[in-house]
Write a protein that binds this ligand. Sequence first.
Ligand code: TYC
Length: 102
Amino acid sequence: KEDGDGHAEVVVKTRPKTQRPPLYKVLMLNDDYTPMEFVVHVLERFFGMNHSQAFEIMLTVHKKGLAVVGVFSHEIAETKVTQVMDFARQHQHPLQCTMERE
Ligand code: TYC
């Protein structure tokens, strides 16, 4: 490139930083009382897992103490946590579900 009076130009391309909304992990916590089948049902119902996926994740929570069950926008993560906590309370199980920024 040349700018009209013999001087070379260097064209620098800028790449605008694209802002992505922060994502939140939804975590399921283990406890000693919630029945395994109930947790499997929760994972199928609120997280769209099939039975074998749900069973596998439930066992991971049972063995390790917690597991990430999904990653969502803030609003969706909050809704999932509320749905799980309300459903657990309705059935009088102590199941805990929380969210944390990724
Ligand atoms: N630990 C529970 C039991 O032995 C099962 C369980 C799994 C509970 C996952 C909570 O998030 C949980 N009945």
